[in-house]
Write a protein that binds this ligand. Sequence first.
Ligand SMILES: [Zn+2]
Length: 497
Amino acid sequence: MHRRLITPGALAAASLLLAIPASAADYQPGAPGIGDPYYPYYGNGGYDVSHYDLRLKYQPATDELEGTATIRAKATQNLSRFDLDFLLDVSEVRVNGAKAAFAASGQHELEVTPANPLRKGTPLTIVVRYSGVPSSKSAYGFSTWHRTPDGAIAADEPEAAWWWFPSNDHPSDKATYDVSVDVPDGTQAISNGTLQPTSSKHGWTNYTWRQNKPQATYLTTLAIGKFDVTTGKTSNGVPIINAYSKDLGDKDKAARASLERTGEIVDWLTGYLGHYPFNSVGGYVPNTTTGYALETQTRVYYSPRQFANGTNTSVVVHELAHQWYGDSVSLKGWKDIWINEGFARYAQWLWSEHEGKGTTQELADYVYASHAADDAFWTVRPGDPGPDNQFDIAVYDRGALAVQALRNEVGDQAFFAILKGWPKEHAYGNASVADFRAYAEKVSGKPLAALFDTWLFQPSKPAAPAAHSASVAKTSAAVAQPKSWEEIAATNDVHGG
Ligand SMILES: [Zn+2]
């Protein structure tokens, strides 16, 4: 799709490159994509990253970003060359100390040719020096770098990293992070994890953030601007850091009235999902014009628009539920998005019941009843929706309906054991929908192939008998709209990218 055309000149050069000693012949370039059929060029083959150290300097007035990325990785095949995903202008690349050749290719590939080929298993220290104006760069005709009146934001799904750091950009290669940013005095830099001591010199203030648990590239966020920062602790002692743009206008109070309940909501979610998996939690509300929120790890991104009509605790529940379902346990491939969204939406349903605004069963019945059999809603298969429907409303609502069908099939005791056991079973790792089914079958002792097929994989509305046997829509009476419906629907713009 986005493959470069190979010109005759390039072919000649390639032939010359093939004239290498036979002993080096088994060194091959790493693939330009990690192998996700939804996004063939996202991520890369041939190496596995364990840590990103980013040293950045950002000037809000001009959107100029300069940086040095030090990437710790390991070769997973004999490599003659490998790719990083990146859009800014690179001035130097070093691999294990030696200068490497590099060239931009495709939509967002940076091809790196080390001075010496790399044997499988070799530890790699890759240093990339770069600079550029992120807002001037695009791939596939779009940009997800958001400028604000006082800074900029990187927070999007699945694409966010290309505009600010070179990476193996796929959730199946998670790593720890140190993100260090120099910004003009009076401006702040917000990122994931815990804030290390700040310092100021010659008009620039340094903010360094540490994420000590594996984190997907798309969950790595950067916000630069003028913020008011609040701190606190959950009942279990997890430090809370929230940040509010000083420019939120009349949405400021509703944003605070929502995010300042982060500790309460983490405590409540812990009852269903188990021990909170990270050593920091919170969120930030920048002065953007976007509409969505995103579960950026430990520091959730919320658009001010989520608070346009007053408090919105439902969106806080959704994004914090992702810390277990999506962030600690990440998807294996983007087709597994139901693992993230079906459960984050179901957490909103549980919150609705907690708040006395409609039970999960009432919400499930309402979703089932409010979409007729010929509604396109049912053609989306939440278990493998395809890249165009990855964030379709059906992935959320039909996805949560499937969770209720599973609950009714296995019973509350097994269901809540699955809900809490899954994040522990795959903590800090990656898992697929098939893995989830296998786990649910193991815990419940029930075969679930037919149930999963009906609710997640058929491009049609589950028929009444299937619905009745899953205890959905048991009565033929009209189903009333639950009180929480409007509030939950208001969070539907959760992913705008
Ligand atoms: Zn979500």
